[in-house]
Write a protein that binds this ligand. Structure first.
Ligand SMILES: Nc1ncnc2c1ncn2[C@@H]1O[C@H](COP(=O)(O)OP(=O)(O)OP(=O)(O)O)[C@@H](O)[C@H]1O
Length: 295
């Protein structure tokens, strides 16, 4: 399988402030990756390094070429975090101008038509709504017909329908073979589209894998009930991670809710007022962020 991105031992500091420390990962061609992390974790910095916009310590290859190779620029499209608010410049002018730096640019009018925003073509960027501007910034990443697409917070400021449309389009691009890395704070949205996740925490990669693997590694379910069972009996139930007393209730966390529930079933005459809550992806993420920093 061709690697779209290969990152080996990269580190980066702004002056004396270390931001990324010994990062390693690889992305297969055609994958869609969710890059997540709290504010300031280093996501934007990592995307800049992958575009050769900052000097890197370590090695980055894009489709088996060093990121510094001139032709690599031609393969990459990037939607920045902020919008391209150039005063006086129209949508068409912006896209046409950007297209001059690619060897095989898209037809701009076609691009505008396919994205249903031909009507905005002559509008000035500084007179667009926030959502329209975000849409144009997205198109700016497609001008060079990229094989590798970086999307930094693509849906910020978009309404629900615009957001849905954008995700559909992103999925179609992946189906057409484009490799995509997306940063977003909307984890549930990423869960619907991304194949794998990279979690950045204080400059380290603290997790890489699928959503299912992330959930397997964390508490999945919280059981709350009244019971005459003892703490040691509860701790012996399969997949139980912790048992806590809260007033007259037991609180039990499990990393496999189904297994624990099946075993608890044999004591049902001793269990009352049972509620089971499943942890959401956001719960897992926020729990990870509050754990100790990885070494
Ligand atoms: N040009 C810069 N000069 C100095 N420090 C910077 C610069 N850009 C970013 N930083 C710092 O580097 C760290 C990582 O910033 P970065 O923008 O990569 O984070 P992020 O994960 O993209 O955050 P967010 O989710 O808020 O966009 C932060 O502490 C930030 O203050």
């Amino acid at each position: 399988m061709t690697k779209a991105v290969q990152v080996q031992n990269i580190s980066f500091s702004y002056g004396k402030q270390p931001v990324l420390k010994d990062i390693n990962f690889a992305i297969d061609a055609g994958e869609m990756i969710g890059l997540i992390g709290e504010n300031g974790a280093g996501k934007t910095t990592l995307l800049k390094l992958l575009q050769d916009q900052l000097p890197v310590g370590g090695q980055i290859s894009i489709f088996d070429h060093p990121v510094q190779d001139k032709q690599v620029h031609d393969w990459i499209g990037a939607m920045p975090q902020g919008d391209l608010k150039l005063p006086g410049v129209t949508v068409r002018e912006l896209l046409a101008n950007l297209s001059t730096s690619y060897s095989n640019p898209a037809d701009i009018d076609q691009l505008l038509r396919d994205n249903g925003i031909s009507a905005l073509s002559k509008k000035r960027l500084d007179r667009l709504s926030g959502g329209q501007l975000r849409r144009v910034t997205f198109l700016s990443a497609l001008v060079g017909q990229p094989r590798l697409l970086f999307l930094n917070e693509p849906t910020v400021g978009m309404d629900v329908n615009a957001r849905k449309k954008l995700w559909m389009q992103i999925k179609q691009m992946q189906q057409a073979g484009v490799t995509i890395i997306i940063t977003s704070h909307y984890l549930e949205e990423l869960q619907d589209v991304a194949d794998r996740l990279l979690i950045l925490q204080s400059g380290h990669i603290s997790f890489k894998g699928t959503f299912a693997e992330l959930q397997d590694q964390h508490v999945q379910a919280l059981f709350r009930f009244m019971s005459s069972l003892s703490e040691s009996q509860l701790l012996q139930l399969p997949a139980v991670q912790s048992v806590t007393r809260l007033g007259s209730y037991w609180l039990l966390t499990s990393n496999n809710g189904d297994q624990t529930m099946n075993a608890l079933g044999q004591y049902l005459n001793q269990v009352h007022e049972l509620t089971v809550t499943k942890q959401s992806l956001s719960d897992i993420f926020s729990e990870m962020m509050h754990q100790e920093e990885p070494k």
